[in-house]
Write a protein that binds this ligand. Structure first.
Ligand code: ADP
Ligand code: MG
Length: 589
């Protein structure tokens, strides 16, 4: 064994750099944090060749005094904490005092700075020489030739495009974390981002697109010192990965399993599990309630009360998502002319293909269904002015408006204050039923006795499942008996599903139950089971609805939580504003 000897400072820093400076983007991250900690209001970033060749960060922060310049580059030297108490309360991005030391040990680094008290700037170069320089107040960190002296590291660098993409990601996160700071990014002399100081809304629109905001729900929750705010996307605006999830803890971007789990769980009910929501969320809490000193790169945190934080985030998001856009308050302020006063020129008698319920059916009190077949089509009534269905005040009261008719047995067309509303009737009904079934099961689900017991012939597997899960079926409202050799006799069904095709529904339910052999299936798989029931209980395509039925569905939608998506995360309705329609038809152009 060779003799034990202390490592040189340079080598210590290079070893540390392995953890802190993984790639050019890590240099950028540390530098941006330093600029923000210095109170900068303007930060300018220049990259060359993905940051491998050169990274320059210029800020207008407080600057570093001349005699502190060597310390800034020294390991374990920081102006941000001085005691263990400080560490436990740390409110700055940095505190470890090792980033600049690590960076300058694996690159050619020049630090130029000027404080408000200086008459000119001072510069410390790669050889630690200090010289006067010309610069405005603030600091410029200039890092060239990353890993020039550590070839093993250099080999791990990816293509210029990849390294640039990582840098851009870091820039984006900082820019979202601090919308109040003006920021600019250029790559190889080309301007990539120029962001004026703004509020979060504007910044998010600049970086994630207007689209994100149009489909995002504001999130706002408070609990003592705990606060969650920001935006979470509507489920229909989901992504195939988590790249658009930005979570900040006290303005620090973090990746945290616990938080990711809370976000996923909040959307479990409205999003297929291969899809991921987009969000920008800021969690603020007392600094002493979170440990940020978990990893040198500081992208992980540890919460003192992890479980409480998880629940807080989950419930805040659930609440934000439950508020549906179908509720009147969520509607954008009307920026369009009121609906035309003259009745639209669509008579019920006119087009042959237009499904035309008679006036009697339209006004009929009992909901009545009839098949989508020529023979069952009622005689066409005389043309009715649609205005009769649209009392001006009622139209204002009903966010989703009033039904005009049905399209191909699939979509409901309705007119509201803003224009045309198109509803996928199955998807919407499915969500309504699902939410009602959930609520019903919280109490004692009301059931309806069947006039004639329904009998169902079961396969051997279905029979086994029906036996094993007899109690579950009863608890769900399907009172039944199993008769040898293979019959299931159903005496009652949940009232909400009384009109559903009970045989296909029960088969689907048995297929579900077969996959969940637990006895506590109603606790662990409750929502999946109710979703299956809702899916089979919801109106099928091609079932013709009367206008009162359609209007009843629209009213139900307005009352239902999470109604904007069906249980599978597909949208249930869409608004086409008069403005959009005018644009489409190039009216007034
Ligand atoms: P840390 O940020 O953990 O303190 P760094 O190595 O990143 O450690 O920086 C060391 C010190 O240099 C900081 O504590 C700060 O005082 C000073 N410093 C670094 N960058 C800047 C900057 N852009 N503006 C003002 N001071 C800076
Ligand atoms: Mg730092």
């Amino acid at each position: 064994m060779p003799r034990i000897q202390p490592l040189s400072n340079a080598l210590i820093n290079q070893i540390a750099a392995g953890e802190v400076v993984e790639r050019p983007a890590s240099v950028l991250k540390e530098a941006l944090e330093n600029s923000l900690d210095a109170g900068a209001t303007h930060i300018e970033v220049q990259l060359e060749q993905g940051g491998v060749r050169r990274i320059v960060i210029r800020d207008d922060g407080c600057g570093i005094a001349r005699d502190e310049l060597p310390l800034a580059l020294a390991r374990h030297a920081t102006s941000k904490i001085a005691s263990l108490d400080d560490l436990e309360q740390v409110a700055t991005m940095g505190f470890r005092g090792e980033a600049l030391a690590a960076i300058s040990s694996v690159s050619r680094t020049t630090l130029t700075s000027r404080t408000a008290d200086d008459t000119h700037a001072w510069q410390i170069g790669p050889e630690q020489e200090i010289t006067p320089a010309a610069a405005n107040c603030g600091t410029t960190l200039d890092v060239s030739d990353l890993y020039y002296n550590t070839p093993a590291r250099r080999k791990f660098l990816k293509t210029e495009a990849t390294e640039f993409a990582h840098c851009e990601g870091v820039f984006r996160r900082s820019a979202l974390a601090r919308p109040d700071v003006a920021m600019q990014l250029t790559h190889n002399g080309r301007l990539i981002h120029r962001l004026a100081a703004a509020d979060l809304k504007k910044r998010a629109a600049d970086l994630l697109g207007e689209d994100f905001l149009t489909h995002a729900r504001p999130v706002e929750a408070d609990a003592g010192l705990l606060r969650l705010s920001g935006y979470a996307s509507a489920p229909a605006f989901s992504r195939s990965n988590r790249e658009a999830q930005f979570f900040f803890v006290n303005h620090r971007f973090v990746r945290d399993k616990l938080i990711t789990h809370a976000i996923t769980q909040a959307y479990a009910d409205v999003l297929h599990n291969s899809r991921h929501p987009a969000c920008i969320l800021f969690l603020t809490l007392d600094p002493s309630a979170v440990d940020v000193n978990v990893h040198p790169a500081k992208t992980e945190v540890r919460f003192r009360e992890a479980r409480a934080i998880h629940q807080f985030v989950l419930h805040a998001l659930e609440r934000a998502l439950a508020g549906s856009q179908a509720a009147a308050t969520a509607f954008p302020a009307p920026n369009i002319a009121p609906a035309p006063a003259a009745p639209l020129n669509v008579g019920y008698g006119a087009p042959r293909s237009f499904a035309a319920p008679s006036a009697a059916v339209r006004e009929g009190s009992a909901p009545r269904y009839f098949a989508f077949a020529q023979g069952a089509r009622p005689a066409a009534a005389a043309p009715l002015p649609l205005q009769a269905e649209l009392p001006a005040t009622a139209a204002d009261d009903a966010p989703l408006g009033f039904a005009l008719g049905q399209l191909h047995g699939i979509y409901i067309l309705a007119q509201n204050r803003h224009g045309l509303v198109l509803v996928d009737m199955h998807a919407a009904h499915e969500r309504i039923l699902y939410e009602r079934l959930k609520r019903a099961l919280d109490g004692a689900p009301s059931t309806q006795r069947l006039l004639l017991p329904a009998t169902l012939r079961l396969s051997a597997r279905e029979l086994a499942t029906a036996r094993a899960h007899g109690d579950t079926l009863n608890a769900l409202g399907f009172a039944h008996q199993v008769r040898e050799p293979d019959l299931l006799v159903l005496d009652s069904a949940p009232a909400l599903l009384a009109r559903a095709p009970l045989d296909t529904l029960l088969r689907a339910l048995l297929a579900d139950l077969e996959e969940f052999p637990q006895s506590d299936v109603l606790e662990t798989r409750r929502n999946e089971i109710l979703a299956t029931m809702a899916c089979h209980g919801a109106v099928r395509a091609n079932r013709l609805l009367t206008l009162p039925e359609m209007n009843a569905l629209l009213r139900d939608m307005e009352q239902t939580e999470r109604v904007d998506q069906c249980n599978h995360g597909r949208p249930t309705w869409r608004q086409f504003s008069l403005q959009e329609l005018d644009q489409f038809f190039m009216r007034g152009q």
